[in-house]
Write a protein that binds this ligand. Structure first.
Ligand code: URA
Length: 242
């Protein structure tokens, strides 16, 4: 048995996002074939080179999982925390066992696009400022952004602790009470601290895009889906620089 083999029920559950018990039922019902032969034992092992079919449809091997989630306010972007519910609590038990972690944090009161993945290297590259993956935030603030805030963002905003942010883009609305912010790094509470440095306070923050991939508008708060191949490619193309 190859070291990288996987139980058949785990393969089906992981790929189809069905629960492990549903996957077992499908296998026992004789609906799954491995390299052309029906297999009815959910514990049978298969390696990544096997051709697995469910009802005749090819089921791809998935070593890693990549999810796009629309994070609602009120959830922590960590895998476990005693202070309250985490984004993993929004997933069914079968997915909670897939070793998923958030690729970058959103504060408890922040909303929007969060990537959850079991691929640690991908996670690191999404977060690292060296890879230049741009994140787009939509914010509402309690006082209008002052004139000159765009230039300050472009030059690098100095934070209250003296740290200077990398050059970023601020696109305020006409009344300057809301804005789109584009950043390629993720310091602690960065957008809120940049706004404070401009004399205004963030009332609402939503991440709208990562690496040029927009949050799917069909995802209600708390909903998720797998990132498509094309979306992963688009995010991945930023990684050439590191
Ligand atoms: N910047 C913040 O201040 N908060 C977030 O949740 C994300 C970016």
């Amino acid at each position: 048995m190859p070291a990288s083999s996987l139980r058949l029920d785990k393969w089906i559950a992981g790929a189809g996002l069905s629960s492990r018990s549903d996957a077992k039922k499908l296998i026992r019902a004789g609906r799954v074939t491995v390299d052309g032969s029906p297999i009815t034992d959910p514990a049978a092992r298969c390696d990544p080179a096997s051709e697995i079919r469910l009802d005749g449809e090819r089921v791809a091997w998935q070593e890693y999982l990549y999810l796009m989630m629309n994070k609602p306010a009120g959830y922590l972007s960590v895998t476990r925390d005693d202070r309250g519910p985490t984004v993993l609590d929004l997933l069914p038990p079968a997915l909670r066992k897939r070793n998923l972690s958030p690729a970058g944090r959103l504060d408890r009161d922040s909303e929007g696009f969060l990537i959850l993945t079991s691929d640690g290297d991908f996670c690191h590259r999404v977060i690292s400022p060296k890879s230049g993956v741009e994140k787009e935030y939509h914010i509402e603030v309690d006082r209008p952004f002052p004139e000159g805030a765009e230039a300050a963002f472009a030059a690098g905003v100095p934070l209250e602790d003296g740290e200077i942010c990398l050059p970023a883009r601020l696109e305020p609305s006409e009344d300057r009470l809301s804005a789109r912010v584009f950043l390629s790094e993720g310091k602690y509470h960065q957008v809120k601290r940049m706004a404070l440095a401009m004399g205004t306070r963030v009332k609402r923050l939503r991440r709208a895009a990562i690496g040029g991939v927009p949050l799917d508008p069909a995802l209600a708060p708390g909903a998720y889906r797998e990132l498509t191949e094309a979306e992963l490619r688009r995010i991945n193309c930023h990684f050439v620089s590191i």
